[in-house]
Design a protein around this ligand. Structure first.
Ligand code: SF4
Length: 204
């Protein structure tokens, strides 16, 4: 299994806190997508499950994988500390200020489309940062993020996950959301972690 060499690389080099995120697509200058999305890939879900099994069996409190720890945190009824889990909508709280003075949502977000359609405003067009919250494009961004929660309809983990990372949702959304939550890798890993903890009698 490829997981152990990967796992041992980190731990063997004294890197005890790490995380993995899905590969982002690469776009050419003409906006054409050059690499495949892995969000729908069953291989990505299997990778996460195998990684969790390795981490769980190691049972070393010094080794932290944030995604798994935060899923467990929410399963235990606590609040997630990372934006991949438990937030769902971030356009009201996370902004990116670019060197050219433009203000956009989280910098991951536009990368799902390889363009700047997510421009909210420019720093020289507002008198104070509070004004950002009144800009029509900002409200539209929140509306769009809320709408993308449709993918999560019926997901048994919604109360814990709250829709995960909006960028990740957009990747599914962009690809048509076929199958809804059943194609979501976070759904798969939530179920796997829940079953693993239950089997060990760690959840009621
Ligand atoms: S579908 Fe995925 S992102 Fe949405 S609530 Fe379920 S696990 Fe989270």
């Amino acid at each position: 299994m490829i997981i152990w060499p990967l796992f041992n690389f980190f731990v063997g080099n004294g890197i005890n806190t790490f995380d993995f995120i899905p590969q982002e697509p690469v776009f050419g200058r003409d906006g054409k997508q050059l690499t495949e999305d892995i969000y729908f890939s069953p291989g990505y879900s299997i990778f996460l499950k195998n990684l969790f099994d390795a981490w769980f069996s190691l049972d070393d409190p010094k080794v932290h994988i944030m995604l798994f720890e935060d899923i467990i945190r929410t399963l235990a009824g606590r609040v997630s500390k990372i934006c991949q889990i438990g937030k769902g909508v971030c356009a009201n709280a996370v902004f990116t200020l670019y060197p050219d003075g433009t203000i956009q949502p989280c910098d991951k977000y536009p990368r799902a489309y390889s363009n700047s359609e997510h421009l909210i405003t420019r720093i020289n067009e507002i008198d104070s940062f509070d004004e950002v919250f009144t800009v029509e494009k900002q409200r539209a961004a929140i509306g769009k993020q809320l709408k993308s929660l449709e993918m999560c309809k019926g997901c048994p983990w919604f109360a814990k996950c709250r829709g995960g990372c909006v960028y990740d949702r957009y990747m599914y959304y962009r690809l048509g959301m076929e199958g809804g939550y059943k194609n979501c890798a976070t759904h798969a890993i939530y179920s796997h972690i829940y079953e693993s903890l239950k089997e060990k009698g760690m959840l009621s």
